[in-house]
Design a protein around this ligand. Structure first.
Ligand code: AP5
Ligand code: MG
Length: 214
C-alpha cells in the first residue's frame, strides 16, 4: 500500500500516519520530520531549511525532492510507504511521478484530510511532542497521563517552534496557494480521496480505512 497524505498544518497527517503504520506496517515518510532532523544535526540541508521553516515557508522543491530520493534509495519500503507532507507543490508531484516510475512503483491512494481552518489553530497551539520518541500529544484532545511528560519514556514534552498562531497563518497561506494544483493532479489520475478530518482521531481513521477498502 503506497499512500500520500495531503492536508494543512494540524489536519492530523502525523496522527493518522502512526495508526496506518501500526496496523499495516507501511513506513511513514514525513518531510517535516526529516527536515527537522537535518536542522537538529546542523547539516547543510538543515542550515538552508531552518530559516524557511521558521517563517512557515516552503523549502525549495529540489531540496525536498532530494530528501525523498535519498529516502527511497535507502529502501526498507517493501510493506509500502506513506508520504506525510510531500508533495506540496505541482513540481514535487511531477517529480514523485517520475521517481516512482523509475523504481517500478505506483501510488494506490492520495488521501486529503479536510479540516476547517478555525479548528487548526487550537490543534496546532495545543500540540506537544516528545523530543526522544516523537509521540505527539495535545493538551486537551490527546493529553499525556502526566501533564508535560511523555507517557512512553517520561521525557519533558516540547512545543514545535513553528507552532505559533502567527507562523501557522503563513503555513496555511502557502497551503491554500499550492495545494489545489496538487489535488487536481491526483484527481486526474483517479487517486484522490477527500476525508472529512473533523471528529475523533479514531472516527477519522475509520473513514480512511473505508476509503482504502480495508
Ligand atoms: P510538517 O512537519 O509537515 O508540518 P505541517 O504540514 O504544517 O503539518 P503538521 O505536522 O503541523 O500537522 P499534522 O497534519 O501532522 O498534524 P498532527 O497529526 O501532528 O512541515 C513543517 C515545515 O517543513 C513546513 O512548514 C515547510 O517549511 C517544511 N516542509 C515540509 N514538507 C515540505 C515539502 N514537501 N516542501 C517544502 N517544504 C516542506 O496533529 C496536530 C495536533 O492536533 C496534535 O496535537 C494532535 O494530537 C491533534 N489532533 C490530531 N487529530 C485530531 C483530531 N481528530 N481532533 C483533535 N485533535 C487532533
Ligand atoms: Mg506532521
Amino acid at each position: 500500500m503506497n499512500l500520500v497524505f495531503l492536508g494543512p498544518a494540524g489536519s492530523g497527517k502525523g496522527t493518522q500516519a502512526k495508526k496506518l503504520e501500526a496496523d499495516f506496517g507501511v513506513t511513514q515518510i514525513s518531510t517535516g520530520d526529516l527536515l527537522r532532523e537535518a536542522v537538529r544535526l546542523g547539516t547543510d540541508l538543515g542550515k538552508q531549511a531552518d530559516p524557511l521553516m521558521q517563517q512557515g515557508k516552503l523549502v525549495p522543491d529540489e531540496l525536498v525532492v532530494g530528501i525523498i530520493e535519498e529516502r527511497f534509495q535507502r529502501g526498507g519500503l517493501e510493506n509500502g510507504f506513506l508520504l506525510d507532507g510531500f508533495p506540496r507543490t505541482l513540481p514535487q508531484a511531477e517529480a514523485l511521478d517520475r521517481m516512482l516510475e523509475r523504481n517500478g512503483m505506483k501510488l494506490d491512494k492520495v488521501l486529503s484530510l479536510e479540516v476547517p481552518e478555525e479548528l487548526l489553530y487550537e490543534r496546532i497551539t495545543g500540540r506537544r511532542s516528545c523530543p526522544k520518541c516523537g509521540t505527539v500529544y495535545h493538551v486537551s484532545a490527546a493529553p499525556p497521563k502526566r501533564a508535560g511528560f511523555c507517557d512512553i519514556d517520561g521525557e519533558a514534552l516540547i512545543q514545535r517552534s513553528d507552532d505559533s498562531p502567527e507562523k501557522l497563518k503563513n503555513r496555511l497561506e502557502v497551503f491554500r496557494k499550492e495545494i489545489p494544483q496538487v489535488k487536481q493532479h491526483y484527481a486526474r489520475q483517479g487517486l484522490l480521496a477527500e476525508i472529512h478530518g473533523v471528529g475523533t482521531p479514531e472516527g477519522i481513521y475509520t473513514e480512511i480505512r473505508k476509503a482504502l477498502g480495508r
